[in-house]
Design a protein around this ligand. Structure first.
Ligand SMILES: [Zn+2]
Length: 378
């Protein structure tokens, strides 16, 4: 019976992961999440249900579209498998309390969507973090992670749980706001995005005030390790992803979003899988999302240029663009743009810390607390 429940949790996670792929793609683009049905970006064919089975279809199709054989990114099955694994962990750690397990699973799903949207666009969408805070505050009385903590002696458990979630939100948001203020003053530039403020608020609403500080500590630890490794191997940071290249003239129908781009020696190098065969040269207009660390607003940087050459095959195909003109009047923007690939998004690290606290709360508390009063029970 135990194995049956675990299997159901994992399968449900796989299906939710499939939906998260849609959220990750469409939400930052302002598209409707339920319509139209998913289609191949290469040939526009609607994806049949039997080609849309999580992970399995990707393997059976050999990572290619059934119609046009254009490659399907490995990230789609990876997000599905990750969500399946997280749902299994949520069930294993909280299975004795099904409601808490469901709350934790929903929280983990939100963290997956937030992490990949942050990686792609350097944005933590308010559309997830804000309603998430409200929802997890409202369900706090049913969330076992808040149980056993008495904020008011003798008050009903439900009230104490609501207080735990509310104080969690305040501590989470307040801490990042404080770090932002100190960091901005010391570095003379924006140290952390407002999206991170709301993300730690969301984490605090689910796990409570002390564990949300643990999540922040784990995020800093993870960031230091990953940042250190990347510095050590001398890898140049890729640019904010999700760059849209829109063709004009003879290639008016050419619209593609690419996974990675960077400033290379030959110009702007865009790596990804173009939807169809394109002859060079072609005029392109690049619309780059302004990164958080440089700009407070959502301004876009528009560049125009030609595809000078195409290198590589399939997923590794790289378009080398020669930028001839940037349509933004602010000339300094181009300089800012090349600076910005030093920026590592913090959202995925916060999500990692939050997930660890929600799944392995007791172990994290044991590892990070030195003689704290036991504020956190699972
Ligand atoms: Zn296709």
């Amino acid at each position: 019976m135990e194995a049956f429940h675990a299997t159901v949790a994992s399968l449900f996670g796989l299906v939710v992961g499939s939906f998260l792929n849609v959220v990750i793609w469409r939400l930052p683009r302002g598209e409707n999440l339920s319509r139209p049905r998913s289609a191949c970006p290469g040939c526009g064919t609607l994806i049949a249900w039997y080609d849309n089975i999580p992970v399995l279809s990707w393997i059976l199709l050999g990572a290619r579209c059934r119609g046009c054989k254009s490659p399907i990114r490995w990230r789609y099955p990876a997000v599905e498998a990750l969500t399946g694994a997280l749902f299994l962990l949520a069930w294993q750690s909280h299975g004795s309390d099904a409601v808490t397990a469901a709350i934790v699973a929903l929280f983990l799903a939100a963290l997956v969507a937030i992490s990949f949207i942050d990686l792609d666009h350097r944005i933590i969408p308010d559309a997830i973090s804000k309603p998430g805070m409200v929802l997890f505050l409202l369900v706090a009385p049913f969330n076992g992670l808040h149980a056993g903590v008495e904020w008011i002696n003798g008050a009903k458990p439900g009230l104490n749980a609501l207080l735990g979630a509310g104080i969690g939100i305040a501590v989470g948001m307040g801490t990042i706001l404080l770090i932002r203020a100190v960091g901005s003053w010391m570095l003379k530039k924006e140290a952390m995005g407002l999206g991170d403020v709301k993300l730690l608020g969301l984490i605090g609403a689910v796990v409570g005030p002390l564990p949300c500080l643990y999540a922040l500590a784990l995020a800093c630890l993870g960031g230091a390790v990953i940042g250190g490794v990347m510095f050590a191997i001398g890898r140049r940071r890729p640019m904010p992803c999700g760059v849209e290249v829109v063709g004009t003239g003879a290639h008016r129908d050419l619209t593609a979003t690419f996974e990675r781009m960077r400033v290379g020696e030959t110009g702007l190098e865009v790596r990804g899988a173009p939807p169809a065969e394109v002859k060079t040269p072609v005029r392109v207009a690049l619309v780059l999302p302004a990164t958080r660390i440089l700009e407070d607003d959502d301004a876009h940087l528009a560049l125009e240029g030609n595809i000078a050459s195409v290198e590589g095959e399939g997923d590794e195909r790289m378009w080398i663009l020669e930028i001839t003109k940037h349509t933004d009047d602010d000339a300094e923007r181009v300089g800012l743009f090349s600076m910005s690939y030093k920026y590592i998004p913090f959202g995925p690290f916060l999500a990692f810390g939050g997930a660890l606290c929600a799944i392995y709360g007791r172990e994290v508390h044991w590892a990070l607390s030195v003689g704290y009063p036991s504020l956190f029970h699972r």
